[in-house]
Design a protein around this ligand. Sequence first.
Ligand code: IPM
Ligand code: MG
Length: 352
Amino acid sequence: MKKNIAILPGDGIGPEIIQEAVKVLDAVAKAYDHEFDYTYEDMGAIAIDKTGNPLPEATLKASLESDAVLFGAIGDPKYDNDPNAKVRPEQGLLAIRKALGLFCNIRPVKTFDALLHQSPLKEERVKGTDFEMYRELTGGIYFGEKKLSDDKNTASDLCQYTKAEIERIAHKAFAAARKRRNVLTLVDKANVLESSRLWRRVVTAMHQETYSDVELRYLFVDNAAMQMILAPNQFDVMLTSNLFGDIISDEGSVIGGSIGLLPSASIGETHALFEPIHGSFPQGAGKGIANPIAMILSAAMMLTHFDMDKEATAVRAAVDLALAKGVCTPEVFPENKYTTSDVGDFIANNIA
Ligand code: IPM
Ligand code: MG
């Protein structure tokens, strides 16, 4: 199969980790006789530095024309602490999500047996944790009307959802639950927010009409945040809105012991983008210490999206082997001294 992939390395450690993902994709192409064509473009702080725009025209064009986008990381400390900055790297990411219609963000949270001791939680609590977060990505408070009064003393962000926006992601979440352990947990704040009550009504109606074979549970987001620490292994598929998903997916990301291990997929009707869930880790850039595994597993999610299931399985197996053999960066195995590119080499060399 031939696929066009837009590669957006982005900021900080993005370029280093994406290089390892490309290494692994090249090994997959060779082993399974595919052709991957890459188009490299800038996004984020690097794009602002070069063009003034965090999502330049050429980047958007290449992404719209691609079969999938592989994206590294975004963000630079020079923008983080300046509330008056007019352009920000993150605007590039939000704009590409909107422009490509990527309404469904999937973030798997999984523990690796070899790394249970690394978790900030007790091993017996995290063992067996394996769930997927379905986060709505192009609506809600992120994209609602923003207001700042003329005297700059009052501000608001509107959280608005339509039935159609809820339904399209809920369909995907119910379908995912059916392929897994058949439990869907809707996370909201329906005791307080009108928009959350709409989520409940819409999802409950879909459950009754189409998905009554799936067990549907409801959880308020504050309780969900607590349950994820107390017993993360109770979850199968979680479904939630944009902001709640942003917050609890960061919480989920540390359960397994390293944020450097978790990939994500952002899917729309016609486009898809794959990125690690961690940030640009600017303090680690250029030192060869960035963990490329979340990026490589994001590439594996892209292969699944291309219906290349055995290829994706081969990548995941090579990652499991690396972790089992202690081949990982210092935040996971401090004594083993493997660099970013050592880890990529090992995984690429073990694609069966
Ligand atoms: C994420 C990030 C983004 C978000 C930022 C970088 C805009 O935190 O993908 O979770 O808030 O969605
Ligand atoms: Mg986030």
